[in-house]
Design a protein around this ligand. Structure first.
Ligand SMILES: *Cc1c(COP(=O)(O)O)cnc(C)c1O
Length: 362
């Protein structure tokens, strides 16, 4: 027998719901009597198109995506969207506003400078990205083609608790690490995207949700497959899409539906995060890294007073089936990523382990 499944606190790729893995395994060799695996099907055949259409329809329903917006499945993960966004959208005025609140928004902002003028509307670098700016602090340009931000900073453990108000300037948001953990009013956004490997599916693609009126203004140098207009017109099938990842997303969406959808996830994730933040606030050994008002419910960053004790914690946690708890090298310390698929018991076990570790080591 294989070893029991661990609680994996990895920031991504990360846990998938066990029933999803079991269903995929059961269907792996012969999908519903088709005599083949989903990985072997033509992406234009009727069996695969049924999976594709249902997945898209489920995502549209679960995220309440209005008809004004289109769902795209694009390869290259979230990072290729750092390029696709400016290539497609910055041409309107030649300028864009970026809020820089962590590693990924920094890289996205730097990428955009290749294609137009970038105004940094705010940077939280002064306090190593431990906080989120308030609306009044954002330096907005009236003539920006779009305003860009990252709603959850995976590495630093901070999360925007409000949707920035930008008037007529379209909002663009990287939701890679908190998509479908909290209800989102999609109509407020010009474009939302997410690399799927944190909260949606195995790695290999980004989901893009775009206001259709924004498509078709790409710079002439835009690589063909990064053009949103073409992707809309070809229903993400100009070439072979990441078929299996889309199928897995479909299974995750069915699981999510059964848990009460995004609303259900939202209650659960708040309760899970609270368990860990309560331990941190009670502790004399551990302290939270992010400032209180900005704490993420998806990535809980914390540390002890020493690197040695942090390392001991990671090592001993692993012996208790609690894995991947080291912080990112930019921050150090410890990080527990608790996305939708992390069961509450995993978080409770981690909380109990933290308390026990503190007692034993003081
Ligand atoms: C993980 C992550 C990315 C990078 O995702 P890739 O799919 O590896 O390119 C970008 N933004 C955020 C917020 C992330 O968490």
């Amino acid at each position: 027998m294989p070893q029991e499944r661990i609680y994996n606190f990895s920031s991504g790729p990360s846990m998938l719901p066990q029933p999803v893995l079991e269903e995929a395994a059961a269907d792996m060799v012969n999908y519903r009597g088709t005599g083949m695996s989903v990985t072997e099907m033509s992406h234009r055949g009727k069996d695969y198109l049924a999976i594709f259409d249902e997945t898209k329809a489920d995502l549209k329903r679960i995220m309440k995506i209005p008809d004004t917006h289109e769902i795209l499945f694009m390869q290259g993960g979230a990072t290729l969207q750092f390029s696709a966004v400016p290539l497609n959208l910055i041409g309107r005025t030649g300028k864009a506003d970026y809020a820089v609140t962590g590693n990924f928004s920094t890289i996205a902002m730097e990428e955009a400078t290749k294609y137009g003028d970038v105004n940094v509307a705010y940077s939280t670098e002064d306090r190593n990205h431990t906080y989120i700016p308030a609306q009044e602090q954002l330096k907005l340009s009236a003539d920006a083609s779009y305003f860009y931000y990252c709603s959850n900073n995976t590495i630093y453990g901070t999360e925007w608790k409000y949707v920035p108000e930008t008037g007529a300037v379209p909002l663009v948001c990287d939701m890679s690490s908190n998509i479908m953990s909290v209800p989102v009013d999609v109509s407020k956004y010009g474009l939302i995207y997410a690399g799927v490997q944190k909260n949606m599916a195995p790695a290999g693609m980004a989901v893009v949700i775009i206001d259709k009126t924004l498509a078709g203004a790409e710079l002439p140098i835009t690589p063909k497959l990064l053009g949103y207009r073409l992707m809309i017109d070809s229903d993400s099938m100009n070439n072979t899409p990441p078929c299996f990842t889309i199928y897995m997303l479909g299974l995750v969406l069915k699981w999510l539906d059964a848990q009460g959808g995004v609303e259900g996830m939202s209650k659960l994730k708040a309760a899970k995060a609270q368990i860990l933040y309560d331990v941190l606030d009670d502790s004399k050994m551990f302290r939270a890294i992010a400032e209180k008002e900005a704490r993420s419910d998806m990535n809980v960053t914390f540390r002890t007073a020493s690197d040695e004790l942090d390392a001991k914690f990671v090592k001993e946690a692993k012996q208790n089936c609690l894995e991947t708890l080291a912080g990112h090298r930019n921050v150090g310390g410890l990080r527990a990523s608790i996305y939708n698929a992390m069961p509450a018991e995993g978080v409770e076990k981690l909380a109990a382990f933290m308390r026990e570790f503190e007692t034993k080591n003081t």
